[in-house]
Design a protein around this ligand. Sequence first.
Ligand SMILES: C[S@@+](CC[C@H](N)C(=O)[O-])C[C@H]1O[C@@H](n2cnc3c(N)ncnc32)[C@H](O)[C@@H]1O
Length: 226
Amino acid sequence: MFAGIAGRYDLLNHVLSLNIDRRWRRLVANELRDILDRGDATVLDVACGTGDLSLELNKNAKAQIIGTDFCRPMLAVAAEKNSLGADIPYVEADAMTLPFADGSFDGVTIAFGLRNLPNFENGLKELNRVLKRNGKLVVLECSHPPFPVFRQLYSFYFSRVLPRIGGLVSGSRIAYEYLPDSVTKFPEQEKLVELMDATGFCNVKYRNLTGGIAALHSGVKADNRA
Ligand SMILES: C[S@@+](CC[C@H](N)C(=O)[O-])C[C@H]1O[C@@H](n2cnc3c(N)ncnc32)[C@H](O)[C@@H]1O
């Protein structure tokens, strides 16, 4: 499904979110600023897709950024963007079984990726596994607006308008029907906090973005993990 939309993915992201996605990615980078400023740090961007978050993390960073995704056409678009001056290695891999040793990274990000994994709990455990002790995970994901009226309006846009535009521009209506479907099945903000708590993270917190249509969760790998 992602292979089929790789060529139009960036354009649709910016159009369907009215460009707000750029701001959201900047906020992820801000969450990791201390780590990004360290020359000895390494940050893994999981389900990196076409690399927009990897590039945002890489801006002015001293840390090494690595992107990973299991979809080769998405990674090909990401790799092309390195011609604009970045040198980010992209690794083809399934987020459920990452090809990295335990405790490899100071920071891990996953943007609009966790929702797509076949099992959220096992996915979070895998992200935890590759983090160093006290390393930080930042999750950016579509979420559930808490205010009922806004939630209903947004739900109409998300489930009725967005699949039509997405389908027309990308040529894959299925991919853009899958999107609202997958968000509906994704845990509410507080539930995701509980899930992160249960999968080895501490200091878990979140903030709603743009009225809760997205949320930014972060957590630190608890000390009692390898
Ligand atoms: C909605 S895109 C998000 C891409 C990017 N992170 C962004 O912010 O635009 C979801 C990405 O997750 C990837 N993905 C889904 N399931 C995956 C898995 N099990 N392992 C690795 N990547 C996966 C897809 O290939 C796709 O590139």
